[in-house]
Design a protein around this ligand. Structure first.
Ligand code: SF4
Length: 281
């Protein structure tokens, strides 16, 4: 059996960097270590870190009560007030915010300071959007749907700056910007969509089109893995979705010539390698 593993399978650059940062801190051995929210939506990784003494802070309230230790900011980033709080509590801050997200923070901070109304295209409840809002000098408007874009009522010629959540769908972003375009605002649009997700999907589609069977690895609640599965299934009928190597049914792959492997954004490299090794054994 021949195997083809997608180069973009698994963690994106920002998540890999954040996870590596936590392990680096563990190696330094200066405890206690906290992450502000789970570093990644992968139970295996979070549990492994917990066993190494890394605790997850589930809320701002928990942070407020800390008296010592290191707090690691995950790739989604946080608002300015969280940095201020960490500092005021005398805690050590290790910032693993993805540089692409950081760039949005800088943009909205600068543009809102110069008087522009910030409009964020994204999901208001997503932690990344929460963080972006927290760098605006005046309250930002969050737009996720056509209805919300149409309902956006600012006076004509209002100075606005439109940015996007990094994982927002590009086509949808364009559609919403088009609606806002008609409002005659004096606007600048900064496309801050990160192409990691799109690259992963494009590569998965391409590999699935070439192979006899395709394996998609990812968590059961991972929507981006589900999306990968759907994309691959369209190209290759023999597409299988697994969470770990234990779900791999070698019987169905036995007479397969070329097998492709891809994985969702929160799948660790180790799990991908285990699947690859089993397929080759
Ligand atoms: Fe990953 Fe892109 Fe988000 Fe950074 S901005 S964490 S690279 S998806």
């Amino acid at each position: 059996m021949q195997i083809k593993v997608a180069k973009s399978a698994g963690f994106c650059f920002g998540v890999q960097r954040a996870v590596d940062t936590v392990y680096e801190q563990v190696e330094k051995g200066i405890c206690p270590i906290y992450t502000y929210g789970p570093i990644i939506h992968n139970e295996v990784v979070v549990q492994d870190l917990e066993e190494k003494g890394v605790k997850v802070l589930e809320s701002r309230d928990e942070l407020e009560h800390l008296t010592e230790g290191t707090v690691i900011i995950r790739s989604h980033g946080v608002g300015k007030e969280i940095y201020d709080l960490i500092q005021s509590r005398g805690l050590n801050c290790v910032d693993a915010t993805c540089p692409f997200v950081k760039k949005i923070h800088r943009t909205v901070e600068k543009e809102s300071a110069s008087g522009r109304q910030i409009i964020i295209i994204g999901n208001d409840k997503h932690p990344e959007v929460e963080g972006i809002k927290g760098w605006c000098h005046t309250p930002a408007i969050v737009v996720e749907s056509v209805d919300q874009a149409e309902a956006c009522e600012l006076p004509e010629n209002t100075l606005v700056c439109i940015v996007s959540q990094t994982t927002f769908n590009y086509k949808k972003f364009q559609d919403l910007v088009e609606i806002l375009d008609k409002k005659r605002y004096d606007k600048i649009v900064v496309n801050t969509i990160c192409n990691a997700t799109e690259e992963r999907q494009t590569e998965a589609r391409q590999i699935a089109g070439e192979v006899d069977a395709m394996i998609v690895i990812g968590g059961s609640h991972s929507s981006n893995t589900q999306k990968l599965f759907e994309i691959c299934r369209k190209e290759c009928e023999n597409t299988f979705y697994i969470q770990t190597v234990r779900d791999l049914d070698m019987e169905v792959l036995r007479s397969t010539g070329l097998v492709g492997i891809t994985a969702g954004a929160s799948t660790p490299k180790k799990i991908i390698e285990e699947v690859q090794t089993k397929c080759q054994s």
